[in-house]
Design a protein. Structure first.
Length: 445
């Protein structure tokens, strides 16, 4: 297949970055790079999707990696996986032996090693410019599930399932392939929560960077990687719930101990980001330290500062989130090239185990093996905005019958975004601004 045909196939399949915000993958593959990294780091506690995909679908992931490597023109490809998964690494070594273009990049068990910028430094020794992206240093980073989906696109299969770990306060933790658009309540029941509905909270994503789910009737999307169930008053839940209060307290209580800056992974990489200075500056006036305030745009929202570093219970991350919304409408990206990481980089890495302990998650860490594909639910809610870029427009009509893979949402030529497809057999029973509702049944159902 030609490069153009591959890009068209990946676009037609609606492949997006499965491990992050959903950047359209065909756009990422249109670049040229000398190295490509398969990101299997999965550094959030309790998540297990990447490991299960590598273990059960290694051939597909490697097809996706080879297709992606050839498309961007990279000489080398790296499979980045934590070194502690020895059995998996042994399995990977066999695959690598017959592929001279591929090598394993064993990773330390630290947080947030899966952050693209941190990963590029770990694997290639290159520092992505502040506010930049890996392609600026000749690298493309793709999540393992994204590579699996590229392999599907290569044989004409659109993205209709998303891989999700359900873990925490459940009797049967596991990782499932879930039809996109299944509601969160329909997914979590398969793991058998051990708490009453009134006693539990659900986090979409991981406990560090995830978000608290307010409405369990919301659907999972192509980027949902985890559903973590915890007691209502668990440390992590309380932290996620306390945003407003944290912002109010932040500026008056901060002791300027600098721990948030000393441990900030982006600061350690050399980025001009000093969370403690942001806190100090906002305690007075936003004009008092404009260099520090601008640094908020560099925050990856990894949560090290509020979940791990700050003993006062403050959240520079939430302050940065709020600042980003104000700053990003005014500021143009200004890349800052960085020559070397900061002094203290090596000594300030955060072991995942210590993080898990600090977040009171030890008792909830359970093996969540791959359990197969969930059956089609009674209805799915297919969001038209599961990706970065323009919201797709619905191409279906009420009452129309669909099958898995039927195109639901399209985009005008040249617009950044991704196509979306039906994940089940059924009939369109609702079309709203950003959601198409499909009920199971119809000719094939
Ligand atoms: S760690 Fe907490 S108290 Fe210390 S400087 Fe940062 S926000 Fe302030
Ligand atoms: S969330 Fe905190 S630790 Fe993480 S990059 Fe932002 S300021 Fe640094």
């Amino acid at each position: 297949m030609s490069r153009e045909a591959i890009l068209a196939a990946v676009k037609a399949a609606g492949v997006v970055g499965a491990g992050g915000a959903g950047f359209p993958t065909h756009t990422k593959l249109a670049a040229s790079a000398d190295a490509i990294i398969a990101n299997g780091a999965e550094c959030e506690p309790l998540l297990q999707v990447d490991r299960e995909l590598l273990s059960h679908y290694l051939d597909e992931v490697l097809v996706g990696l080879e297709v992606a490597r050839e498309t961007v023109g990279a000489e080398r490809a790296y499979l980045a996986v934590k070194a502690k998964y020895e059995a998996l690494i042994t399995q990977l070594r066999t695959a690598v032996a017959s592929r001279p273009w591929l090598q394993i990049a064993p990773l330390p068990d630290i947080y947030p090693i899966g952050d693209e910028q941190r990963l590029v430094y770990e694997v290639l020794g290159r520092i992505v410019p502040a506010r930049g992206i890996p392609i600026q240093v000749g690298a493309v980073v793709l999540n393992v599930e994204t590579l699996y989906n590229i392999a599907g696109a290569y044989v004409g299969q659109p993205v209709i399932n998303t891989y999700i770990t359900v873990n925490g306060a459940v009797a049967e933790p596991g990782t499932w392939a879930v039809p996109v658009g299944t509601t969160i309540q329909d997914v979590i029941k398969w793991a058998s929560p051990v708490l009453e509905p009134s006693e539990l909270a659900v986090i979409e994503g991981g406990p560090m960077m995830g978000r608290l789910v307010e409405d369990l009737s919301q659907p999972v999307t192509k980027t949902t990687k985890g559903l973590i169930i915890l007691p209502q008053f668990h440390t992590v839940v309380t932290r996620l719930r306390s945003e407003a209060a944290a912002l109010r307290r932040a500026f008056s209580v901060c002791s300027q101990c600098t721990m948030c800056t000393d441990l900030c992974p982006r600061h350690l990489l050399g980025h001009p980001l000093w969370p403690h200075r942001i806190m100090r500056s906002l305690a007075g006036s936003t004009a008092s330290d404009p260099e520090a305030i601008a640094g908020a745009l560099l925050c990856s929202e990894c949560g090290v500062c509020d979940s791990y570093a700050c003993f006062m219970g403050l959240s520079p991350r939430q302050v940065n989130q709020a600042l980003k919304q104000q700053l990003s409408t005014h500021a143009k990206p200004q890349f800052v090239n960085l020559d070397e990481v900061r002094e203290g980089f090596a000594a300030s890495q955060i072991p995942s185990q210590r993080l898990t302990y600090r977040q009171d998650l030890v008792r909830w860490v359970k093996d969540a093996p791959f359990m197969g594909t969930l059956p089609e639910p009674d209805r799915v809610l297919i969001r038209l905005d599961q990706h970065v870029g323009m919201t797709a427009h619905c191409v279906l009509e009420l009452g129309q019958e669909v099958s898995p893979g039927t195109l639901v949402g399209n985009l005008p030529d040249g617009e950044l975004g991704a196509l979306v497809h039906s994940s089940i057999h059924g009939v369109v029973c609702g079309i709203e601004d950003e959601v198409v509702i499909i009920e199971r049944g119809g000719r094939d159902g």
